[in-house]
Design a protein around this ligand. Structure first.
Ligand code: ZN
Length: 238
């Protein structure tokens, strides 16, 4: 029978690689954070256009108001300068009315100018928000595509490696496999280490020379006295 530990070492390599692949899969950007940002940007855009509509409505209202006041003022002025009113008291009243209307008209004109400026600012804010939203949507699209392709590639690799691992593990004696699994569960996914010198690759301790000698002589039942991991020494023909 070939060296069981050599086969178990293949199992360990598969387990290490599987852990790496699973971690990579779990660490993939799902795009959830970007999707949240897209949603926020959409809400902001909705808010901006509601604001813009309100400003447009006020501008329309103010225009109508201005027109009505101008008409009223024109009426008073025609009375004032038309020669039909002679009474000085009435003329003074008309003058006061015209002056008051002029002040109101001037206030509304100022407000309309303000509104024009606000509308312009709102249009530019909307354009910026739209561009930002488009950029986020594009990024989200590419992150999701990346997640999809990389994710399925990783899943494929994991599935293949799991099969391979299963096949290899079936060639290892049940007892040894169980022991390996026990140590691996305790020792951070590393149940067996391949020695190339006198240092345990698992815990970096220097192993007793008897252990190293035993390993080199082909013993397969040795473990690191510090971390308890199974020790494997590659033999000729392994
Ligand atoms: Zn060790």
């Amino acid at each position: 029978m070939s060296n069981e530990l050599a086969i178990l070492y293949e199992v360990q390599r598969a387990d290490t690689e599987l852990a790496r692949l699973r971690e990579a899969l779990a660490g993939l950007d799902t795009g959830d954070e970007l999707a949240r940002q897209v949603e926020e940007a959409e809400e902001e855009l909705t808010r901006l256009s509601a604001e813009h509509r309100a400003t447009e409505k006020e501008a329309t209202d103010r225009d109508l108001e201005l027109k009505a006041l101008e008409e009223k003022k024109a009426r008073f002025e025609s009375q004032l300068y038309g020669g039909t009113v002679q009474n000085p008291r009435q003329l003074t009243d008309l003058q006061d009315e015209v002056a008051m209307l002029s002040r109101e008209i001037s206030k509304i004109e100022d407000r309309i100018l303000e509104l024009m400026e606000t509308l312009e600012n709102e249009r530019s804010a909307t354009q910026t928000a739209e561009a930002g939203l488009r950029e986020l949507q594009e990024r989200l699209g590419s992150v999701r595509a990346q997640h999809e392709t990389t994710g399925s590639r990783l899943q494929q690799e994991i599935a293949e490696l799991e099969e391979e691992r299963k096949a290899r593990a079936s060639e290892v004696g049940a007892q040894l496999l169980k022991r390996y699994e026990r140590i691996r569960a305790r020792q951070g996914n590393l149940g067996l280490v391949k020695l190339t010198g006198a240092t345990c690759p698992g815990c970096r301790i220097t192993l007793p020379s008897d252990t190293v000698k035993g390993l080199k002589a082909g013993r397969q039942d040795l473990t690191c006295e510090n971390c308890g991991r199974l020790l494997y020494w590659e033999q000729e023909g392994d």
